[in-house]
Design a protein around this ligand. Structure first.
Ligand code: NAP
Ligand code: HSE
Length: 424
């Protein structure tokens, strides 16, 4: 069966390689081999493992070729990838993609179009790298009542945070390492800013809660402001800092958020190190289920693509499309951001003189925020400033935001540093 790739970069080349290596097994599974007819790239003269003969810079050589039944999109970004996928589906081609941005933003529309055209769209590789998470949620957990998803969905940021924690490494040098290993997005801002995790949790929540979650409605904070000092404080208090993607359902209302989070060092997700990802489902009847594995990297991603390619090729060869999708059924009811409740870590510098802590405590008390612990390390008296770290009990986000804006107006505040949410 003839297939075409849109993209021949890190992931495209790993997929090329694995299809060559596995073609005998593929033949045994499908009854015919997969034949890669063309690979779309931008730069025809860039060195790559794919022979030049297969390369093209003309999308129509794939999108309008009636012999190509299945298109694999591994270009990245919203445009022109979205228009190419749409055109392929309109031309009645099956599509497999690793592009979470497109599935998160346009998945509902593209899946409806695919159904109308009698084809299918696979997106296993869009979330969790090599972890078979989409099949797990669509099939293994089908009809389960998922109440919460706690997840680490970005390999690059987990790799950076782990190296900061374990080796006190500097942010920029580790990001470069993650790029060299092929973990980062073509635009690494999407990793660091939490956008990539937002796309992924939008996809998982749409499937888990049978609704349509759009990335723009998800609260997002990235890891740009996380410092070695916060990581050290977290460690000394018995916590790790992770970029968590959280989704919780309570009486029909959803809360979905991506932000750096302090979790206890003995929490299951705290053990997720380096490029690995993990997804913990809290389910009403089964209890807790966790899936763990490499969350990025060309080879694991190629394997996730290959599993979709085999499933969809089987459908094509046996005229048997399988519309097995519980996403996008109901409207979503998202909690307003101020109504979420959690614990908080606050760090800031104040003038070191009598009555200062009392002023802070008064503001927190007036906003109904209860203090769980306070740290003020002794500093040289000549410094005339002191660093305060406060951990709160559970409170509303709207209360903490109001308290912080009041603290920031106090004349005794020298420097505001950090707010990190705590989940236990
Ligand atoms: P990449 O190395 O930058 O590769 C992108 C490929 O697409 C390149 O071959 C590039 O051509 C081609 N391309 C981009 N824009 C094009 C255009 N307008 N016209 C023609 N060709 C174009 O990216 P990647 O790391 O392989 O990632 C690809 C996709 O996989 C992304 O959606 C990413 O989110 C997803 N993904 C990646 C990973 C990972 O670990 N890397 C994991 C899961 C999912 P040139 O080579 O000529 O520049
Ligand atoms: N850049 C992404 C990550 C690739 O680091 O998780 C996998 O989707």
């Amino acid at each position: 069966m003839k297939i075409g790739f849109l993209g021949g970069g890190q992931v495209g080349q790993a997929l090329w390689e694995v299809i060559q290596k596995e073609n005998e097994n593929i033949l045994n599974l499908l009854g015919e081999p997969l034949e890669i007819k063309k690979v779309l790239v931008r730069n025809l003269s860039k060195p790559r493992i794919i022979p030049n003969y297969y390369l093209t810079n003309k999308p129509e050589e794939i999108l309008d070729d009636y012999e190509i039944k299945l298109v694999i999109e591994v270009m990245g970004g919203e445009e022109p990838a979205y228009s190419f996928i749409k055109r392929a589906i309109e031309n009645k081609k099956y599509v497999v993609t690793a592009n979470k941005e497109i599935i998160a933003i346009h998945g509902d529309e593209l899946l409806k179009l695919a159904r109308k055209k009698g084809v299918d769209l696979g997106f296993e590789a869009s979330v969790g790298g090599g972890i078979p998470i989409i099949k797990a949620i669509k099939e293994g957990l089908v009809l389960d009542k998922i109440k919460e998803i706690w997840s680490i969905l970005n390999g690059t940021t987990n790799y950076i945070l782990t190296n900061m924690e374990e080796n006190k490494a500097e942010f920029s040098s580790i990001l470069q390492e993650a790029q060299e290993k092929g973990y980062a997005e073509p635009d690494p801002y999407k990793d660091i800013s939490g956008l990539d995790s937002v796309y992924k949790i939008a996809i998982l929540s749409s499937l888990a809660f049978h609704t349509t979650i759009k990335p723009k409605d998800i609260f997002r904070e990235g890891i740009e402001k996380i410092t070695l000092r916060d990581i050290e404080y977290a460690k000394s208090l018995g916590y790790s800092i992770k970029l968590l993607a959280l989704a919780k359902e309570e009486n029909g209302a959803l809360e979905i958020r991506v932000h750096p989070t302090m979790i206890p060092q003995n929490h299951l997700l705290s053990a997720v190190r380096g490029v690995n990802n993990a997804i913990l489902f809290k389910e009403e009847r089964r209890g807790n289920i966790i899936l763990y594995g490499p969350g990025a990297g060309p080879k694991p991603t190629a394997m996730a693509l290959l599993s979709d390619i085999l499933e969809l090729s089987y459908s094509i060869l046996h005229s048997h499309p399988r519309y097995y999708n519980f996403a996008y059924l109901y409207p979503s009811d998202l909690k307003p951001w101020g109504e979420i409740k959690t614990r908080y870590y606050l760090r800031f510098w104040v003038q070191d003189r009598p009555g200062v802590l009392a002023q802070i405590a008064k503001i927190l008390g007036e906003n109904n925020i209860s203090i769980a612990s306070v740290i003020q390390k002794e500093t040289n008296i000549e410094n005339e400033k002191a660093e305060i770290v406060i951990l709160t009990h559970i409170t509303y986000e709207k209360n903490i935001q109001k308290a912080i804006s009041e603290i920031q107006k106090l004349p005794i505040l020298v420097e505001w540093n950090s707010l990190i949410r705590i989940e236990v």
